[in-house]
Design a protein around this ligand. Sequence first.
Ligand code: GSH
Length: 217
Amino acid sequence: MTDGLTLWGRASSNNVQKLLWALAELGLRYEHILVGGVHGGLDDPAYRAINPNGLVPALRDGGLVLWESHAILRYLAARYGQQSLWRVDPVQRAVVDQWTDWTATTFQPAWISLFWHKVRTPTGQQDARAIADSHARTIAALRILDATLIDRDYLAGDRLSYADIAAGVALYRWFTMPIDRPAMPGVENWYRRLQLRPGFRQAVMVSYAELVGRLAY
Ligand SMILES: N[C@@H](CCC(=O)N[C@@H](CS)C(=O)NCC(=O)O)C(=O)O
C-alpha cells in the first residue's frame, strides 16, 4: 500500500537517502523502485521520461513528477510536514533554506569529493593530494556547522527541519570513513541526536560496501 507516492533510486545514494529519511519522518507510505548503480535502468527511455538527467532520486506524487533531491525535500516538507520539517515563518524558513542551499553548493561537494577520492577510488589509484584537498574542504565546512550547532540542537533551532536532512546524510559516512577527524563537539552532539531518530538509522546508517573501490557510478 502507498499514499500514491513513488520514489526511484538506489538506497546507497546519499541523495536518495535524504528522501527515504524524510518519508520516514513524515510517516508516509510509498512505493520504492530501485534504479541506478547496480540496479541500472537510468538510460531506459521510461526512466529518462521521469528524470531526463538520468540520475536518482526522482519522486512522483499523483500528477507531479520531480527530480533534484532538495526540491523534492522541500516539496515533501511543504506538502506533508507543515507541523514538522517545514517552517511557515519566512525568517525561520530563510534559515532552513540557507543551510539547505549551502549544503548543495558547499558542504556536499566537499564531502562527496572526499568520499569519492578516499572510499570510491580503488586504493592503488588514489591521489593523496586530492584526498588532502577534499579533506580540508570538508573540515572547513564542518567547522561552520560545528560553530552553529554548539548552542542549538538542530540547524534552524530546537527541532528538525529539512536542512538537517540535506546536511545530516553526510554524517554516517564522515564518522565511518577511514580518515582523521578533528574534535567537533557541536557536530558530534548533532550526530548523536540524529541517531535517536529511526528514520536516520534506517535510511542513512546503512552499509556502503557496494561503493567501496567502485568508480562505475
Ligand atoms: N543534484 C542531484 C544529484 C543527483 C545525483 O548525482 N545522483 C547520483 C547518485 S547520488 C546518481 O544518480 N548517480 C548514478 C547512479 O546512481 O547510477 C540531486 O540532488 O538529486
